[in-house]
Design a protein around this ligand. Structure first.
Ligand code: NAD
Length: 265
């Protein structure tokens, strides 16, 4: 390579680093937490649900990585701040923050109420704003830089029927990612965004249940070039990449992981 200078250290992923994964008790966040723990990254999951912790602790035990669950509603800035303090108290540093917690109920916009809009924006957009603020303060204190990965959605890039406010919130996450990436690049903090396409998680199952739900999922699969839903582990691969030193020259980017469903230029 001309000049021979690269920040990529082959084989040295992130052993001993500290990661926060919001919404890591199930679904995509859980797959991310498993992936990190297997690779020796200490993980704190911030979630309103306390599930999967035993499994995560056992995975960490094998690689020497520690696991912590902090009961947190990401829609509350106070709770996210307190959780961030707890993580730094327990682990002493903060290197990676994955803003993954998200929620929606697919409903036509005209059938939704202001309380629905507030909930969707509170979790998906404000949860990311809260997490990012706390993450940046921790990373700036550490002076080693860091990586933030936001989990948005293809809905935020192309719009999704029945998910108008969710699409707006995820579009907000994408724009926020780019703006923050510019603000903190000089501090060696990278900020990127992954947009999952339809992924086989409890959230998807809750939105499309019963016979009607199965029909919609089948139609969705027909529309995906790969003819199948995404797997949470496939989302975790992209998130892990953007969180790692292998992405050392990547910031402010949006990566769709969607089996080719949308090909946004
Ligand atoms: P999921 O419901 O299976 O898991 C989400 C996790 O977030 C759960 O553990 C839940 O308890 C937690 N959570 C929800 N609200 C929270 C809150 N207020 N505070 C803290 N934790 C909270 O969902 P998933 O499908 O794994 O989704 C993960 C992310 O991926 C979300 O941001 C979602 O919007 C996004 N996404 C999912 C799909 C999909 O098809 N599954 C598609 C596009 C984007």
């Amino acid at each position: 390579m001309p000049g021979g200078k690269t920040a990529v250290k082959e084989g040295a992923f992130m052993v001993g680093r500290v990661a926060v994964v919001t919404g890591g008790s199930r679904g995509i966040g859980f797959a991310v937490a498993v992936r990190f723990l297997r690779e020796g990254v200490h993980v704190a999951v911030l979630d309103i649900r306390d599930e999967g912790g035993e499994h995560l602790a056992a995975v960490g035990h094998k690689s020497g990585a520690r696991f912590l669950h902090v009961m947190t509603d990401v829609a509350s800035y106070r709770q996210v701040r307190e959780a961030g303090d707890k993580v730094r108290e327990e682990f002493g540093r903060l290197d990676i923050w994955v803003n993954n917690a998200g929620w929606d109920r697919i409903t036509p916009f005209l059938s939704t109420a202001p309380s629905d809009w507030e909930k969707v924006v509170g979790i998906n957009l404000m949860g990311t704003v809260h997490g990012t603020r706390v993450a940046l303060e921790g990373m700036l204190d550490g002076k080693d830089g860091g990586a933030i990965v936001n989990v948005a959605s293809d809905a935020g890039r192309v719009g999704s029927s029945g998910e108008a406010v969710y699409s707006a919130a995820k579009g907000g996450v994408i724009a926020f990612t780019k703006a923050i990436a510019r603000e903190v690049a000089r501090q060696n903090i990278r900020v990127n965004c992954v947009c999952p396409g339809p992924t086989d998680t409890p959230l998807l199952a809750e939105n499309f249940h019963g016979e009607e739900g199965a029909k919609i999922i089948a139609a969705m699969q027909r529309g995906i070039p790969f003819k199948r839903l995404g797997d949470p582990e496939e989302m975790a691969s992209a998130i892990r990449f953007l969180a790692s030193d292998e992405a050392s020259y990547i910031t402010g980017q949006v990566l769709s992981v969607n089996g080719g469903l949308n090909m946004v230029g």
